[in-house]
Ligand binder design. Structure first.
Ligand SMILES: Nc1ncnc2c1ncn2[C@@H]1O[C@H](COP(=O)(O)OP(=O)(O)OP(=O)(O)O)[C@@H](O)[C@H]1O
Ligand SMILES: [Mg+2]
Length: 227
């Protein structure tokens, strides 16, 4: 579907739209955030700009630590758009898991447990550099060919922050745990393997985060019980 200036709509979410297009000879993704009518206009601009800054900052920081993320080509606050490197033929880990399961591989197969390990190690690297993603899900992780062996690419950093506290890192893991368990059936072992890898490869600070995660889970459960 072509839209306006040769932009192909990729996704439309609650927060904005993503387009694929060409930019100075590069294949790019343009991520446009739209304004929310229910917000006061000044607050709306503020929030939109903060999300864009957080995203551009974290994407760039991650790259400098050797974590794969799209390159940031441009940030335009007037248009509320950020221009990112496009990974051609990428699939989200969410869809990779759906396809793999459709092909009769279980979540406990070596391919999937290897994936869990690689996610765990990647998050150790991100957290050891004090980057909190803020919205870890299997939709915010991409694979490129050959899918089962490619590096994992992290995207969607609009809710990210920089923080050294175990608490924030634990909440990051909790969000991912909830997301995986609710999106993908039979993933208890997969999640446990991911978290064990995190705990066993991240040293002292990772062990602190996992301790915290237990407390975050308890709080989460109480919240569910008592509103
Ligand atoms: N750089 C990229 N290259 C290829 N595909 C991408 C890229 N960035 C995003 N996508 C695709 O677009 C989808 C949505 O992107 P993203 O997660 O950044 O937006 P979103 O979830 O709408 O954002 P937000 O949560 O900030 O509103 C991804 O799941 C992925 O399929
Ligand atoms: Mg997303």
């Amino acid at each position: 579907m072509l839209n306006g200036m040769d932009r192909e709509l990729v996704t439309q979410g609650a927060e904005g739209r993503l387009y694929a297009t060409e930019w100075l000879g590069h294949s790019v993704i343009v991520k446009h955030r739209f304004s929310k009518q229910y917000r006061h206009p000044d607050l709306d601009i503020y929030i939109t700009n903060e999300r864009m800054k957080a995203e551009a900052r974290a994407l760039t920081r991650c790259r400098s630590y050797g974590i794969k993320t799209p390159a940031v080509y441009d940030v335009d606050f007037n248009k509320s758009e950020i221009v990112l490197e496009k990974f051609t033929d990428s699939v989200t880990i969410r869809n990779f898991i759906y396809e793999t399961v459709k092909n009769k591989l279980t979540m406990d197969s070596p391919v999937m447990l290897n994936m869990a390990e690689r996610i765990g190690k990647l998050l150790v690297k991100m957290h050891s550099n004090n980057i909190i993603h803020g919205d870890l899900t299997t939709s915010n992780m991409l694979l490129v060919p050959p899918y089962d062996l490619s590096d994992i690419i992290l995207i969607d950093f609009g809710l990210s922050s920089v923080d050294e506290r175990a608490e924030d890192k634990a909440v990051d893991l909790y969000v991912l745990e909830r997301a995986i368990l609710s999106t993908h059936p039979n993933t208890e072992h997969f999640v446990a393997h991911l978290l064990a890898t995190y705990e066993n490869t991240g040293g002292e600070s990772a062990r602190d985060v996992i301790k915290r995660l237990n407390e975050v889970r308890l709080r989460g459960r109480k919240k569910l019980c008592f509103g």
